[in-house]
Design a protein around this ligand. Structure first.
Ligand code: APR
Ligand code: PHB
Length: 395
């Protein structure tokens, strides 16, 4: 039997963007529903990045979502860039006045999922065949199948928080949508292990064998990455192979202190820069990875998603509480101004820190010169610091 019900904002996707938007709308007294094609366990089991900009920390604290983050997260005041065996610390606190919070996206997703359930949030998992109808009309609809039952949602607005491979972006007419993309000729092979991190801060390495990153989730759980071929298969990498290659890319004083252990997760992520414009089409909005992708080098994907939905939730609040449509009207422009600057930083750091298979001797010299300049110029280091801790979010 077909079912129909109404809500104010229908959200596609229960990743960080969809969950946070649903929570922020709830706090503003705005009804929403979140439709997710995977199970709750699947969403909560995803291993993703682990660095929160300070603006993201403040948004989560203001939204009363930060108890576990503040109890278990690690505030970092700096990180290192290493070029072959030369190390340079970026003093985030000294150069930008801010730090970052090391707290896994996996944990944040669980925190938001738990809070939505405590608040009686309307989250539907394992839904399929979602169709967006009439996004340009006054009353857009979402149709979906759940437990073999076709359901229709009548709503005021639809928000695509369905990630890079979702359906919402495709609902923007091709003569309206413009996309920009850069696919990088390599990937990141990541390993998670319950061993203490090798250092107290993150270290990004550009070694002639390739990029490496020493990160963490806590004082007892480490996360490491090594650059690999774009077509590499994770099954080709034993834990031993990973540890051996990682150590070869680190300076001896770091390599000799790596505490290796069995992988509890190992996966390969492709690297891509991508932006879709506009982030709104009539009554359909895009937020998070549905609208943009950054290479993980700058740890920006999650933070961009948080910024988008913070702006969008404020715009919906102005509309529903005061009838003001101005912020909704400029949502796309407001977010894209910042998205492009974050794309720039992520691209800049990726170009600086990776070995590009097709780079010529001149480009290698440019990498070396850029690193030398960063080491000797406080201004250059400050540029990196202020982007890493997070650019201001227009509201
Ligand atoms: N119907 C319903 N749900 C969908 C559909 C669909 N057709 N397509 C995708 N989804 C769901 C996915 O299963 C996922 O749970 O949408 C969600 C999108 O979540 P993310 O991909 O995590 O994107 P976002 O919420 O924008 O968060 C961005 O997450 O993946 C990381 O690196 C990314 O850190 C970034 C952050
Ligand atoms: C991570 O810990 O997963 C991580 C940290 C920093 C990055 C990317 C990933 O830039």
């Amino acid at each position: 039997m077909a079912v129909t019900f109404k809500t104010q904002v229908a959200i596609i996707g229960a990743g960080p963007a969809g969950l946070l938007l649903s929570h922020l709308l709830y706090r503003a007294g705005i009804e929403s529903i979140v439709l997710e094609r995977q199970s709750r366990a699947h969403v909560e089991g995803r291993i993703r990045a682990g660095v929160l900009e300070w603006g993201s920390v403040e948004i989560l604290r203001d939204a009363n979502l930060s108890d576990r983050m503040d109890a278990e997260g690690l505030v970092h005041e700096g990180f290192e860039l290493a070029f072959h065996e030369t190390r340079h610390r970026i003093d985030l606190r000294g150069l930008s006045g801010k730090g970052v919070m090391v707290y896994g996206q996996t944990e944040l997703t669980k925190d938001m999922m738990d809070q939505r359930h405590r608040d009686g949030g309307h989250l539907r998992f394992n839904v399929s065949e979602i169709q967006i109808e009439n996004p340009e009309g006054e009353k857009p609809k979402l149709r979906f199948t759940e437990s073999d039952e076709r359901t229709t949602i009548e709503c005021d607005y639809i928000v695509g928080c369905d990630g890079f491979r979702g359906i919402s972006r495709q609902s923007i007419p091709s003569d309206v949508l413009k996309t920009y993309e850069r696919v990088y000729p390599f990937g990141w092979l990541g390993l998670l292990t319950d061993m203490p991190p090798v250092l107290e801060e993150l270290v990004y390495v550009n070694h002639e064998r390739g990029f490496a990153l020493c990160s963490m989730r806590s004082k007892t759980r480490s996360r490491y990455y090594i650059q690999c071929n774009a077509d590499e298969k994770v099954e080709n990498w034993s834990d031993e192979d990973f540890w051996s290659e990682l150590k070869m890319r680190l300076s001896p004083e770091i390599a000799e202190n790596i505490k290796t252990g069995p992988s509890i997760e190992k996966s390969i992520a492709p690297l891509r820069s991508f932006v879709a414009e506009p982030m709104r089409y009539r009554n359909l909005f895009l937020a998070g990875d549905a609208a943009h992708i950054v290479p993980p080098t700058g740890a920006k994907g999650l933070n961009l998603a948080i910024a988008d939905v913070s702006v969008l939730a404020g715009a919906f609040d102005a509309f529903y509480s005061k009838g003001e449509t101005g912020k909704l009207g400029v949502y796309s422009e407001t977010c894209l101004r910042r998205v492009w600057k974050v794309e720039r930083f992520s691209w800049y750091l990726s170009k600086l820190m990776h070995q590009f298979p097709d780079s010529d001797p001149f480009e290698k010299k440019m990498q070396e010169a850029e690193f030398e300049y960063i080491m000797q110029s406080e201004s250059a280091s400050r540029m990196i610091a202020e982007n890493y801790v997070g650019l201001p979010i227009e509201t």
